[in-house]
Design a protein around this ligand. Structure first.
Ligand code: ATP
Ligand code: MG
Length: 207
């Protein structure tokens, strides 16, 4: 049975930080597939303006199209109401008929899992991979994990990946201020942003 990995995110926009982490995890864990899942309505970003789902899906497709192991799922943007990871994992596990499922998060986001809906059920279905991200100390994370109940510790694997100090919020800020954001994301996505005039006029609450 195939082993697959899910990477959830707002992807507003997707950038090389996401892509490097996904490719590294794929290779290190010998995975058959990495599925990028642009978030529908993330409950933890409810006070934040997010771009149109269609734009985020299109940009994610453009950014991943050259990697045969990467694919994009619209499962969350197609769903009504808030998106909960536990429901997404459950649905995808059934539809892909997979044995093992991994879920990638950045080291900054991994501890949020503990506040997510049905965390115990979620951890029983999937292993989380917490990838390093500049500004977040992996050793601190390892220390914090030690204080969690045993079953949780085993399900969250900290992982060192080539660090890229790139964030979607910084890219949005650059676009808004008319600064260059070249080389932070694939050229096809850069062109898409210019062509569709995304991030130019929106006021974002910083995250
Ligand atoms: P924003 O600045 O809007 O929060 P972001 O760059 O954090 O955007 P998200 O879509 O929020 O991107 O992130 C999706 C997932 O990718 C999260 O688990 C996040 O921790 C991880 N991630 C994002 N950027 C990086 C990066 N540069 N290195 C490692 N992980 C990252
Ligand atoms: Mg983020």
């Amino acid at each position: 049975m195939p082993d697959i990995c899910l990477m959830g995110g707002t992807f507003d926009p997707i950038h090389y930080g996401h892509l490097v982490v996904a490719e590294e995890v794929r290779q290190r864990f010998h995975l058959d597939k990495v599925v990028f899942i642009p978030a529908g309505k993330p409950p933890h970003k409810r006070n934040q303006t997010i771009s149109d789902a269609q734009h985020r899906v299109n940009m994610t497709r453009l950014a991943t199209s050259s990697n045969p192991y990467f694919e994009v799922s619209t499962i969350e943007v197609d769903r009504q109401g808030f998106s909960y990871t536990v429901d997404t994992v459950d649905q995808l596990r059934r539809s892909f008929q997979v044995d093992k499922i991994y879920f990638i998060t950045g080291a900054d986001a991994v501890l949020e899992i503990l506040t997510w809906k049905d965390v115990e059920k979620l951890l029983s279905m999937t292993n989380f991979i917490a990838a390093t991200r500049p500004g977040y100390d992996l050793n601190n994370l390892k220390e914090t994990l030690k204080s969690l109940p045993d079953p949780f510790i085993k399900k969250i694997l900290p992982l060192e990946v080539p660090a890229l100090s790139i964030s979607s919020s910084d890219i949005r800020r650059r676009v808004r201020e008319g600064r260059s954001f070249k080389y932070l994301l694939p050229e096809s996505v850069e062109k898409y942003i210019y062509k569709n005039n995304i991030y130019k006029n929106n006021i974002y609450v910083s995250s």
